[in-house]
Design a protein around this ligand. Structure first.
Ligand SMILES: [Zn+2]
Length: 205
């Protein structure tokens, strides 16, 4: 067995995470490694059994509902590629640790922050156990700068309220990458807009 590794590619919407994952997976395929690609079966997406980057590249993928099911599909794999890690349940941390202990190479992508600019799912733990972490930036869809690190949810073209659910099923929402200055999170209860920068407050304790 060659040494284990877990390469994590993260950042906001539209930063090229899946494109980078596919680039690395294609290199493994050229090297004749046994590769399995897995993505979470989330109702918000009606895609088929494949993953696709925004520039149209795609690869066949197994869809799973629960993290532990991953182990059933990767017994013979040398390389395991996991897309949209933020959507997997918390067992994903143990599953990836096990794959690493078996000497497999794991390559994963995931949104680091949700639309409220809070850590998404198990991504904090995954960043800790990763052997390398690449944080990609997107182009801000509002000011055009190249340092977008936030994912803005828009409903009817307006920034979604703080009370909006974390995962919307069948909603008409859209998402765009924004920099920390252009990101907005309206708080309907407080009747004011919270800028990304103001989210970085100290806790009281
Ligand atoms: Zn901006």
């Amino acid at each position: 067995m060659s040494g284990y590794s877990f390469e994590l590619i993260t950042g906001p919407m539209s930063c090229g995470k899946t494109e980078e994952l596919l680039r690395r997976v294609r290199r493994c395929i050229i090297a004749k490694k046994k590769v399995v690609v897995i993505s979470p079966d989330v109702d918000t997406r009606s895609k088929g059994d494949y993953i696709e980057s925004r520039n149209g590249l795609w690869l066949d993928a197994v869809k799973v509902k629960h993290s532990l099911q991953i182990l059933n599909f990767v017994k013979d794999a040398e390389v395991v590629a996991l897309d949209e890690l933020q959507f997997f349940d918390s067992n994903i941390v143990k599953v990836i640790s096990q794959l690493m202990s078996e000497g497999k190479k794991v390559i994963g992508t995931g949104l680091d922050l949700d639309f409220k600019a809070e850590p998404f799912g198990s991504m904090p733990e995954l960043m800790c156990i990763a052997t390398t972490v690449d944080k990609l930036h997107a182009v801000c869809m509002k000011c055009g700068c190249e340092h977008a690190t936030r994912t803005q949810r828009l409903i009817d073209g307006k920034p979604a309220d703080k009370s909006s659910p974390l995962i919307m099923i069948g909603g008409d929402e859209t998402y765009e990458a924004r920099c920390i200055k252009c990101y907005e999170l309206p708080d309907r209860n407080a009747k004011k807009k919270t800028l990304g920068l103001k989210l970085l407050q100290f806790s009281k304790d």
